[in-house]
Design a protein around this ligand. Sequence first.
Ligand SMILES: [Zn+2]
Length: 279
Amino acid sequence: MKCIFCKSDTSTSKSVEHIIPESLGNKKNILPKGVVCDNCNNYFGKKIEKYVLEMPYFKSLRGRLKIENKKGKIPRVSGFTINKDFIEIDFLKYGDNRIEVIYKDDQSLMSLLSSNKLYVPLIPEPPLNNVHVSKFIGLIAFEALAQRVSLIEDWQNDFVDNSSLDELRNFVRFGKGYSIWPYHIRRIDGENQIKYCKVSNKYLETLNEYDFLIPDISTIEGETHKVDNLYFVMAIMGIEYTINLTNAGLNRYFTWLSENQNRSILQMEKSEFHSNINL
Ligand SMILES: [Zn+2]
C-alpha cells in the first residue's frame, strides 16, 4: 500500500492517523495503519497540529471546554489581574467550573486578592489567512475524504493516483504551490451544543461533525467523472470551516451559500444538498 500523501510504501508503517486530533476530543475516528506513513504522521503532528492546537483560540477553547489531550491534560490558559500582572489558570477536570490559579509572585497574588478580579481573554474564533490553519483544515479534509471513499474495495491506489487531489496534497504535506490555501470560517452554533442524535436516540454533545458538498453535478470527460468543486465542511465546537479539495477557490461556495440562505449543510438534511462522492 502507498501513503495517501507522499505515496511511499507503507507496509512497515505503524501509526494510525486521527482524522481530527485527539486533543480536540477525537478518540475513535481514525484511518488504520498503512493509510498514512509514519513520516507523514509525524510531520502532521509536529508541523501542523501542534502549531494550531497551541494557538490562543484553540488553547483557550480546549481549556474552557475541558478537552483533555492524549495525556489526559487540559491546557493552562493565560489571564491577568487588574494591575495587568500575568496569571495562569487551570480549569479543573472535576467539579463545576472550578479553577486553580497559578501565580508567579506575591505581587500578582496581592493584586488578585485586593481587587478580587481575574481577567481571562475569550478568543472567539481562530485566525483567518493563517498558513497553519489552512494546512490543518486541508489535512482533515483530505483524510476525511480518504475515509469516505475507503468503503470501496482497492480504493487506496485510485486515491493515490487521483491527480485532481495533487494540489491540495502537495500544499498540505510539502507546503508547495500556495502560501495559503483559502478557507472560510463562521460561527454556526454555540460552543457547547447538546443535540438529539437519531441514530443512538440520545442527546449528545457535538464536538465535531463534517460532510462534503458538491454544488454542481459532475461532468463526464471520456471515462472520468470530473468534479469542479468538492467542498469539505466541518464544524468544531460551533465554528464552521470550509475548504475546497479540488482547487484553491471558494467562489462557488459563496454563491451556493447565497442560493441557500446562508445555511450550513451540517444543519440540513442530506437530501437537501448534493453530497454523493463519485471521484
Ligand atoms: Zn507519507
